[in-house]
Design a protein around this ligand. Structure first.
Ligand code: SF4
Length: 190
């Protein structure tokens, strides 16, 4: 994103920031006003607990939604890992939902094409399933050095921080025991 700030605008902004800081330094306590605004914004909404998707710390986040929009997010005070605090990245997690860059439909780039095209979910799921089956059928190894291995090294699986214990257990079973993958990796290390 390009910032287009003229010298005049820059001086205006600097002045406003300095004035705000001066008010804070003189003792103006805006905590009550902030608390009131927050209370009004989310008072009727029920928070849904979730896990921050960004890194392996796995902080708990409360998401306040009005059914159409994510109105507010904050650290979950009852979560044992972060106890309500969030880093700067986690604090902005609402933008995962609100950003105009969010991709809401599957995209497909055909072999040899330089363009991505929107496809429906049925197409995307069928394509993924077909590619997994074709690759596994083509590369599956039953025996190696006289030992039964039943594996494929041609497919890898990478999990993310938003997955919980139960999900990773099931995914591990699916990919290791079900498909024979050996390259199973997960971002979280806690
Ligand atoms: S809030 Fe920050 S530290 Fe916590 S999981 Fe998200 S990115 Fe990691």
């Amino acid at each position: 994103m390009e910032l287009n700030v003229t010298r005049r605008k820059f001086l205006k902004i600097s002045g406003a920031v300095a004035a705000t800081l001066a008010v804070v330094e003189l003792g103006f306590d805006d905590k009550t006003a902030r608390a009131k605004a927050k209370e009004l914004k989310i008072s009727a909404l029920k928070p849904t607990p979730t896990i921050c998707p960004y890194c392996s710390v796995g902080c708990g986040i409360l998401v306040y939604s009005n059914g159409k929009d994510v109105v507010y997010t904050e650290g979950d005070p009852d979560h044992p890992i972060n106890e309500g605090s969030l880093c700067s990245k986690g604090t902005t997690v609402r933008q995962v939902y609100t950003t105009e860059k969010r991709i809401t439909k599957p995209l497909y780039r055909a072999p040899g094409s330089g363009e991505w095209e929107e496809v429906d979910w049925d197409f995307a799921l069928d394509k993924v399933a077909k590619n997994i089956k074709d690759t596994r059928d083509r590369t599956f190894v039953q025996k190696e050095n006289g030992h039964t291995v039943n594996k494929t090294e041609a497919i890898a699986y990478m999990g993310g921080a938003a997955l919980d214990n139960e999900e990773t257990y099931l995914l591990s079973k699916l990919f290791r025991a079900g498909l024979g993958l050996t390259y199973i990796e997960h971002q979280a290390r806690i």
